[in-house]
Design a protein around this ligand. Structure first.
Ligand code: SF4
Ligand code: SF4
Length: 445
């Protein structure tokens, strides 16, 4: 879909993508009419504080981004959804929206995953997104805090920096803004360096993040947080085990107690997702496995079932994730699933009593010792070299528009794609010389 308004065009040209998830191109979200725009400021991944720090330092920019999206979509209201426990930020935001009739602040409870779009849309509007659907189907657009900050600046500055929290086993946990393409190793060094001998990184957070071993990997527009942990930490061991080990343990140990389903936040909202049935699929070989696999289709991969609910330390959430991938490869989705009978979701009355407080989750994950403030580092960082991936978003990769040896300025376009293709342009995050062009553009200062 090509951008449908001048603002959408600006957002596309600036290369704005969803900074909190897979990197969905933001111009698409501002090109469709909506009734409500939600700013997802829940930030429920334990230890991460990027959104809180952006709001504390740049609330006027985020509010101006929200106003722009409200105007572009013709929405009648814009709501910042933030946890009530952040009392100072709530007060700051209420002040920032005071006198702006269409805008307001919605207080969320401190549970995981309050940031899941489906949960958040229900909390703010009382509406349930149809099974297999998207927020727009109930008139809602959801954007995260950094995305709105980037949209507010789209007219003058393309996305060349990324915000992230670096915490865990580091000397000085902090939140930082660094040029896109800076390495993870440099981000960890900016946080004072690892305090353990054999560190690994959870890229993206404790729940939804992945174990990253290659510290030279570049940070992208969607990077949100690095948690440094010792390799022997139970969470690292658990996340590193891999699919074959998850399948083996699940096949031999799952006793079908159903706790994973009973605590699943999507199940509690009334969606037809039942991870214990997906675990049952492990006992079958294809094609008998298939009917059980379909119970994974509506999973959001929050991993609450794996890392909190299962008394056997099994990994139903990960298995749902792999299963969804298998089904997608076979072109099976909710629309084509026999489970889809056109039924509407209906929230379970017990849901409020089954929400998992983040404090309990932190303790279960063994992260209590790493609880620390992560204030925004004020000094700008200028890396000597960046590697900027040409695909940091959902859709088609950008094609390079620069050559090795070419001089570029920070903000110059280095990768682009036609307007009618889903994707986002990419820009130089530092000034210097292009020293390599492959599936990324390397720039040396
Ligand atoms: S909670 Fe664990 S043991 Fe129980 S059904 Fe789910 S995966 Fe199996
Ligand atoms: S990861 Fe587990 S708890 Fe989360 S939505 Fe999927 S099945 Fe439910």
């Amino acid at each position: 879909m090509a951008p449908r308004s001048e603002f959408a065009r600006l957002v596309r040209r600036a290369g704005v993508v969803g900074a909190g998830g897979a990197g969905f191109p933001s111009y698409v979200k501002v090109s469709s009419p909506a009734e409500t725009v939600i700013v997802n400021a829940a930030e429920c991944e334990p230890l991460l504080q990027k959104d809180q720090e952006i709001l504390a330092h740049f609330a006027p920019e985020v509010v101006s981004g929200l106003e722009a999206v409200v105007a572009a979509t013709g929405a009648s209201r814009g709501v910042i959804a933030i946890k009530e426990k952040h009392a100072e930020l709530v007060a700051l935001l209420e002040k920032a929206v005071a006198g702006k009739k269409a805008l307001g602040v919605h207080r969320l409870g401190d549970y995981y995953p309050a940031g899941d779009e489906f949960c958040q849309v229900y909390e703010v509007t009382g509406r349930l997104i149809p099974m297999g659907g998207i927020p727009l189907q109930v008139g809602v657009v959801v954007n995260n805090v950094e995305t709105l900050y980037n949209m507010a600046r789209a007219g003058s500055t393309p996305v060349v920096d990324t915000f992230l929290t670096v915490t865990g086993a580091v000397k000085s946990p902090c939140t930082m803004r660094v040029p896109v393409g800076t390495s993870m190793a440099e981000a960890v060094a900016l946080a004072g360096g690892a305090t353990v001998k054999d560190p690994v990184v959870l890229d993206g957070g404790a729940m939804m993040g992945k174990v990253a071993e290659d510290f030279s990997a570049p940070l992208t527009k969607t990077s949100g947080g690095l948690i440094v942990l010792p390799r022997e930490h139970p969470l690292v061991r658990r996340k590193s085990a891999g699919r074959a080990a998850f399948d083996r343990a699940g096949k031999s140990t799952c006793d079908q107690c159903t706790l994973c389903t009973e605590l699943c936040p999507r199940y509690l909202l009334g969606y037809d997702i039942q991870p214990h049935k997906v675990m049952r699929s492990l006992l079958f070989s294809a094609p008998d496995r298939k009917p059980w696999s379909h119970w994974a289709l509506l999973c959001c991969e929050c991993r609450l079932c794996s890392l909190f609910a299962c008394p056997e330390n099994l990994n139903p959430g990960d298995i749902c994730g792999f299963t969804k991938g298998d089904l997608a490869a076979q072109k099976v989705n909710w629309k084509s699933s026999p489970l889809n009978r056109g039924q509407a979701p209906k929230a379970h009355p017990i849901r409020p009593w089954r929400q998992i407080p983040v404090s309990q989750l932190k303790s279960r994950l063994g992260l209590e010792d790493y609880e620390a403030e992560a204030p925004l580092r004020q000094e700008p960082y200028a890396p000597a070299l960046v590697r900027i991936p040409l695909k940091q978003h959902v859709g088609v990769p950008a094609r390079p528009v620069v050559k090795t040896g070419q001089a570029v300025e920070r903000g110059d376009l280095i990768g682009d794609l036609p307007e009618d293709q889903l994707g986002a342009p990419v820009h130089a995050s530092i000034s210097g010389q292009v020293t390599a062009v492959t599936d990324f553009v390397e720039i040396t200062a």
